[in-house]
Design a protein around this ligand. Structure first.
Ligand code: ZN
Length: 69
């Protein structure tokens, strides 16, 4: 069972071979097996806004995030 990493809802609809959609917070999830690989916010005009930098650790300067705390 896939849960939304954004709102933890299990109200997830399958929209493609490896794509799911959260009906609670309106994000699109790309999955590989049981693992979520990408998260996108779907804007009102239908464009996708990547949320990957919010949910996945990247190696690109973590210091800048801490400096904002
Ligand atoms: Zn959600």
């Amino acid at each position: 069972m896939i849960r939304c990493p954004n709102c933890n809802s299990s109200d997830i609809g399958k929209i493609g071979a490896n794509q799911y959609y959260c009906w609670d917070c309106f994000v699109e999830l790309s999955v590989s097996g049981d693992e979520i690989t990408s998260i996108y916010q779907v804007e009102e005009d239908g464009t996708l806004d990547s949320l990957n930098d919010l949910f996945f650790e990247t190696e690109s300067d973590p210091g800048s995030i801490q400096s904002n705390l």
